[in-house]
Design a protein around this ligand. Structure first.
Ligand SMILES: Cc1cc2nc3c(=O)[nH]c(=O)nc-3n(C[C@H](O)[C@H](O)[C@H](O)COP(=O)(O)OP(=O)(O)OC[C@H]3O[C@@H](n4cnc5c(N)ncnc54)[C@H](O)[C@@H]3O)c2cc1C
Length: 387
């Protein structure tokens, strides 16, 4: 199996250790996005890594991005920053894969240089059932006028560019469509940052669209293709949750091991007690199963294999559930110290957000089951054809 470059991982680990990790606590307390570190990782070239040279990129692959992302997750130690990066990465890949030349020219250079992107699906009426979107566009000349409100959107309060899911009712039943919106367009209004339990460095909130006039390049990948394209877009997002979870948990495990070797109870280090060892090994199981599932998912996505969607959902499910379990284990190992307001409890609260963001764990299970059925039917059909 292909593996991410250790050289790129180390480089970005260093960048994030001297920026994200340094600003993290102050930004968290203020509930603010860390613009300075965002710019630093952009300047270090993170968004160019997977972009072809003719678009101004470094001509690498998404494996290079994954290496950098692992470095930033383990060096920056700020899950909110990682959620922000997931949102941006999905948008960039989608733009490269499905965007028109004009859209790429308009938005890719800005995103690579540090402009902030958002993918806006969720609405107040719910997020799991994305096809129920009530954001609506009507045709106006050769463009569209888009109206609606998106809720709980990563970067909703600050995004420069947003990929927005809506519908074009006049085309009939296959009307769900994506729109690419420059948020400086009149009619776009950023909402207030939501007061969340965690991930407070990743501003999440509404994006209001009130009769936003879009030219013909505002439609992304064609009218009626919204669901197909968005599922493809979020497939990368999903596996990146797994990548971030495994990399984020590595230093948590290191610290937990150090603590277990130093702290004594019953005249020996607590690391000698089998139940304590069990918690430490559980974190390790979580890291390894998540990491390798995420790598398998990336390989399947890049090779466009039929099981890609299923593996991405498994990586997302595994990553977010292991983040919760791993950070909870770290709290338990610290005893009362873990229950104090501080880094350990913050990590747990940040981790909790990942079982909801990017599609809940229940929705990942649902997708896995649907894909299992689809793959089984495809296998049966292939068997019948061969017989
Ligand atoms: C930190 C954070 C960042 C986010 N960023 C974004 C973003 O950038 N863009 C965006 O569009 N959204 C974003 N969201 C919103 C997120 O995608 C939604 O919250 C999520 O999809 C769930 O939607 P909901 O909250 O409306 O819950 P609901 O859809 O109302 O679901 C409520 C409960 O019912 C369960 N449920 C619903 N349907 C089923 C079913 N068929 N089978 C089993 N269980 C079901 C759900 O799993 C959940 O437990 C973010 C959320 C968080 C917490």
């Amino acid at each position: 199996m292909h593996q991410p470059s250790a050289r790129i991982r180390t480089r970005f680990h260093e960048v994030a250790s001297s920026t994200v990790a340094v600003n993290s606590e102050a930004c968290y307390r203020a509930g603010q996005f860390d613009h300075e570190s965002w710019q630093a990782v952009a300047d270090a070239g993170v968004w160019r890594l997977a972009v072809p040279r003719h678009f101004g990129g470094a001509d690498g692959t998404w494996w290079d991005f994954v290496a950098a992302f692992e470095g930033i997750a383990s060096g920056g130690r700020d899950l909110g920053f990682n959620l922000s990066m997931v949102a941006q990465a999905g948008l960039i890949r989608s733009l490269l894969k499905h965007g028109s030349e004009t859209q790429i020219d308009r938005f890719l250079p800005r995103l690579m240089s540090g402009a902030v992107g958002a993918t806006a699906l969720t609405e107040t009426r719910g997020g799991s059932d994305v096809a129920g979107t009530t954001t609506t566009a009507r045709r106006d000349g050769d463009g569209y006028v888009l109206s609606g409100t998106k809720d709980h959107i990563t970067h909703g309060p600050i995004a420069d560019i947003a990929l927005v899911l809506g519908r074009v009712p006049e085309v009939g039943s296959r009307d769900i469509t994506l729109f690419l919106v420059d948020t400086s367009t009149p009619g776009v209004r950023h909402g207030e940052v939501e007061d969340m339990l965690g991930n407070r460095t990743s501003p999440t909130g509404p994006l209001h669209l009130d009769h936003v006039q879009l030219d013909r390049h505002g439609v992304f990948a064609g009218v009626g293709r919204g669901l197909e394209i968005i599922y493809d877009t979020i497939s990368l997002d999903r596996l990146l949750y797994g990548v971030a979870a495994a990399a984020f948990l590595e230093p948590v495990l290191e610290e937990s091991m150090d603590h277990a070797e130093r702290r004594t109870a019953f005249k020996q280090p607590i690391a000698e007690h089998q139940y304590v060892q069990g918690r430490l090994t559980d974190i390790r199981f979580g890291i390894e199963t998540t990491r390798w599932t995420s790598y398998a998912a990336l390989e399947a996505v890049l090779a466009q294999r039929p099981e890609a969607s299923m593996l991405c959902s498994i990586a997302k499910y595994q990553g977010s559930e292991q983040l919760v379990a791993g950070t909870e284990n770290a709290i338990r190992l610290l005893g009362h110290l873990g229950y104090m307001t501080g880094p350990a409890s913050r990590r747990f609260l940040d981790g909790l957000g990942t079982i909801i963001a990017g599609g809940t764990s229940e929705m990942q299970r649902k997708n896995v089951f649907n894909q299992m059925v689809a793959l089984r039917r495809a296998g049966q059909a292939a068997g019948e054809r061969a017989a």
